[in-house]
Write a protein that binds this ligand. Structure first.
Ligand code: NAD
Length: 369
């Protein structure tokens, strides 16, 4: 196979600045890093570990981080990395340390946790290269998954979005696809607002009860048995059934591209708040909007994690991080939805124009412009 100049066909006015393939022949560890844009500061973005992670997925996620960090007003650009390995079977410490040594000199990229990696992985990276966010408390970190930073941001987003749908949160039905570090805290923060979780899924299946699931019990079952399907008093369905369940609020919080043009018609919801990154293809988002389903894009709604990571990096506290999540996500959601309804535009397009303008303005301060 040949490496061709075609690689440059994917660049645009923002980036990506660097696409790096990493290969360590002795352990055969394969990984990649995309540094998309660093005009606002060193890129913060997660390290995804999955056997099927691809360079295109990492590139799209890196761009999403550029927009997310710009939208949140953080002094950071966007990047992302992927380690091709099965997190359930590899020795994570060994693989992550090899990865960390390989990116030691890539000072413009600050790794954080993502699917398949956690705060222990960030601690190994920090030990190797003194550069990582999402660290354990013992190393001065704010445990963003434990405190539920991203899930909190999704609920804050709903507090604003409900007035535009319109939707009463008390008694509203909620479905969550992917009951992990985003999905579980989201269930908690929404239930505090009187929202009723009627279905949740993970890679093993979906649990469904139209009368409502007990959130604390479901979290306990997921943590102790590994899957939501072991929850009693609910109907067990397939993983792929979750998006077909009629609901008011749908939160995708698992893999990319779970809703595409091919299956978007099955979704019956009033509002979709994207907890996962790129969970819905751009065309499918437009089709949903045209059907009257409001979709709040990933880089607006799920910025809670990176806001907390940035607070940690700059020496802030958990309380400061939560205050910033609330003020930033409320303000951004309102700004975007005001434009969407007054200008009759799509939410992602509107949000991208705002985020892109911020990145382009930041780029003006850099010498290479
Ligand atoms: P996680 O690994 O903690 O949880 C993912 C959950 O999804 C697991 O329960 C897994 O079983 C389930 N899952 C896997 N494949 C599935 C499928 N096809 N259908 C339904 N469920 C499936 O990951 P996470 O940290 O919760 O991240 C989830 C998504 O949210 C990712 O896209 C991630 O990039 C994004 N995200 C995470 C954060 C964060 O703070 N953790 C912040 C922003 C965005």
């Amino acid at each position: 196979m040949e490496i061709t100049e075609n690689i440059f066909k994917i660049v645009d006015e923002l980036g990506p600045e660097k696409i790096i393939y990493l290969y360590e022949p002795r352990s055969q560890t394969k990984a990649m890093v995309v540094v998309d844009n660093v005009s606002a500061g060193p890129a913060i973005g997660g390290v995804r570990m999955a056997s099927d992670v691809t360079i295109n997925e990492v590139r799209r996620l890196a761009r999403a981080m550029t927009y997310k960090n710009a939208m949140a007003g953080l002094p950071h650009g966007g990047g992302k990395s992927g380690i091709i390995a099965d997190p359930k079977t590899v020795n994570k410490e060994v693989v992550v340390r090899i990865f960390a040594r390989a990116i030691k000199n890539l000072a413009e990229y600050i790794p954080g946790p993502d699917m398949g990696t956690d705060e222990s992985c960030m601690a190994y990276i920090y030990d190797e290269i003194s550069r990582a966010v999402g660290l354990p408390v013992e190393l001065g970190g704010i445990p963003l998954d434990e405190v539920g930073a991203t899930g909190y941001g999704l609920a804050v987003c709903a507090d604003v979005a409900k007035d535009y749908v319109p939707l009463e949160l008390e008694g509203a039905r909620l479905t969550i696809e992917g009951f992990g570090n985003v999905g579980k805290p989201a269930a908690r923060f929404f239930s505090e607002r009187g929202v009723k979780l009627i279905a949740a899924s993970d890679s093993k299946g979906t649990i469904y009860d139209p009368e409502g699931l007990n959130v604390e019990e479901l979290i306990r079952i997921k943590d102790t048995t590994g899957s939501v399907i072991n929850y009693k008093n609910g109907e067990v369905l397939k993983t792929t059934d979750l998006p077909t369940i009629s609901t008011d609020i749908f939160i995708p919080a698992a893999r990319p591209d779970v809703i595409t043009e091919a299956n978007s018609d099955v979704l019956d919801a009033k509002v979709v708040i994207e907890g996962a990154n790129i969970p819905i293809s751009e065309n499918a988002e437009k089709m949903l909007h045209d059907r009257g389903i409001l979709v709040i894009p990933d880089f607006v709604a799920n910025a809670g994690g990176v806001i907390t990571a940035s607070a940690e990096y700059h020496g802030g506290t958990e309380t400061q991080a939560f205050d910033r999540i609330k003020s930033t996500i409320s303000k951004n959601t309102k700004e975007i939805l005001d434009k969407v309804y007054s200008e009759k535009s799509y939410p992602r397009e509107t949000a991208m124009i705002i985020a892109k303008q911020r990145v382009l303005r930041a780029m003006k301060y850099r010498e290479w412009m």
